[in-house]
Design a protein around this ligand. Structure first.
Ligand code: PLP
Length: 360
């Protein structure tokens, strides 16, 4: 033994399971396991990415001013209060690194995103899991779980993998009830899928303990590029910027993200398409006896009678070349999370579930 050991908490981190992308022996595979935009990024984003090839010898800028200005203009936010990261994952890590350490508690919900507990443990803090009520964030349960050691409370709104969300009044009640020194983090990875939703921006303007994270990986169709951003009180932004690597985002990523956020018409088209096929898929599944909560995101959480039925349906879908997401790791062993694909994808998955149910 060399005596070389990692910091406390690191070895408690379970490796993140990402959505599978292939099935042995299958060629025509349909990947509906990672909530990716089936339509891809906007043409403007692809063109901006291509143009970046000519300046790859140059370091990227460190202040991300151009991207922050674009985000600020599109979402009507102060660019000074925006920070950009390598996916919103990096922003989540910054928050934990900056505000939570050994002895501190980081709250996440029962069916919350795995990155919250991973980032909390990486910082040496203790993740605290709080029950939801019928797969919906329970504000009273979170407030009851708060202690003087609570430093961060993460909720995704809409939530992944449930697809449910809570109303602005509930979010405000949560922010108002947190103990002193705790920050409410609103993860808005799916915010753009909700029509006319500010993801908490107005609440942030009126409080100093609320922060939001956003992503280019979902509706913007840039998951492969790794860009996210955060918006919050100036004091928190100033702290996070101290631990952000100066060149965390590449020139190509900055350029593509800026073009993507400015292509408002394309995002609106994606939102409308998603809502249409999401609702179609949920109804088709319901007609076959597979229920789901009303989803506000780009996936449907299909509920089966029990774990065995969910696993059997997953196996059938795989045999048909369709990959969806098992969510037993999110305390939902009787469910499968199905990303809303394009029209043909939705029809194909509905047909396969119908076969499984013996209806086709
Ligand atoms: C997909 C997802 C993200 C996005 O993470 P990126 O690092 O931006 O790709 C963040 N939060 C939740 C809840 C998600 O489902």
């Amino acid at each position: 033994m060399t005596g070389i050991t990692p910091q406390p908490g690191i070895m408690d981190i379970a490796l993140y399971q990402s959505g599978a992308s292939h099935v042995d022996g299958q060629t025509n595979v349909l990947k509906l396991s990672a909530n990716e935009n089936p339509l891809g990024p906007s043409d403007a984003a692809k063109e901006a990415f291509s143009r970046a090839v000519h300046t790859l010898n140059r370091y990227p800028n460190t202040d991300h001013a151009s991207l922050r200005t674009a985000i600020g203009e599109v979402w009507n936010l102060n660019p000074d209060q925006i920070i950009c990261g390598v996916g919103s994952d990096e922003i989540i890590h910054f928050l934990c690194q900056a505000y939570a350490g050994p002895g501190d508690e980081v709250i996440h919900t029962e069916h919350g995103f795995a990155m919250y507990s991973i980032a909390a443990r990486a910082a040496g803090a203790t993740p605290v899991e709080v029950q939801e009520r019928d797969r919906v964030t329970d504000v009273d349960a979170i407030l009851a779980a708060c202690t003087p050691a609570t430093k961060l409370v993460f909720i995704a709104n809409p939530n992944n993998p449930t697809g449910t969300m809570i109303a602005p009044g509930e979010v405000r009640r949560l922010a108002e009830g947190l103990p002193e020194g705790a920050i409410l983090v609103l993860d808005g990875a799916y915010a753009e899928y909700v029509e006319a939703f500010d993801a908490g921006a107005a609440l942030i303007a009126s409080r100093d303990n609320v922060f939001m994270t956003r992503s280019f990986s979902k509706i913007y169709g840039l998951g492969g590029l790794r860009v996210g951003w955060g918006y919050g009180p100036q004091a928190i932004i100033d702290v996070l910027n101290r631990i952000r690597g100066p060149f965390n985002l590449s020139t190509a990523a900055l350029a593509a993200a800026e073009a993507a956020v400015r292509d408002v018409a394309y995002i609106e088209k994606c939102r409308v398409e998603n809502a249409r096929w999401r609702d179609w898929l949920a109804s088709a599944l319901a007609e076959m006896g597979v229920r789901s909560d009303t989803s506000t995101a780009n996936f449907v959480l299909a509920r089966f009678a029990d774990t065995a039925e969910a696993e059997a349906c997953d196996a059938h879908l795989r045999a048909e070349g369709i990959i969806v997401r098992q969510v037993a790791g999110y305390n939902l062993p009787n469910c499968l999370r199905i990303t809303v694909g394009d029209e043909s994808a939705c029809r194909r998955v509905a047909h396969a579930v119908g076969q499984f149910k013996g209806l086709r």
